[in-house]
Design a protein around this ligand. Structure first.
Ligand SMILES: [Zn+2]
Length: 143
């Protein structure tokens, strides 16, 4: 089921990009030039840590990873074309990063535990050579 997505384009290139392994995702952060804090998303209006406007912030990528905080299975599409069922999750990025909403690859809640580490992977979209971000338990990371 592994698909090498090199050559595909990220649906949200300001948020993530394909990692060197052709499957995992790196997240794109902006590093505050004043305090060094990593902001996500990278186009956030200013540093949430020190308030610097971050006009000169460097873009930095880090392996897409986080902690599962909570999750719920959606059975009704919230948007036209949304595939259901799907498991939507609240995920804390990194060690102490922001909490973002993500979508799990699995649709089986029994595979998930609150507090488990997750990693981000590329998920091909039906409309062509484009991928979106999905999450899997980090224990599936090593092949
Ligand atoms: Zn700052």
């Amino acid at each position: 089921m592994t698909l090498d997505l090199r050559g595909y384009q990220p649906r949200h290139p300001t948020l993530y990009q394909l990692a060197a392994d052709g499957e995992s995702l790196d997240f794109v952060f902006a590093q505050c030039p004043a305090c060094g804090h990593l902001a996500f998303p990278a186009d956030a209006p200013g540093c949430s840590h020190c308030g610097d406007p971050m006009k000169e912030a460097a873009r930095i990528t880090r392996p897409g990873a986080g902690t599962l905080l909570e999750f719920v299975t959606l059975h009704v599409p919230l948007l036209p074309g949304m595939q259901v069922p799907r498991i939507a999750a609240d995920i804390r990025l990194g060690e102490d990063g922001p909490i973002e909403e993500g979508v799990m690859v699995t649709t089986d809640e029994s595979q998930l535990r609150v507090g488990m580490p997750l990693r981000a992977v590329a998920h091909p979209l039906p409309e062509g050579e484009v991928f979106d971000c999905r999450f899997v338990p980090a224990t599936e990371a090593q092949r």
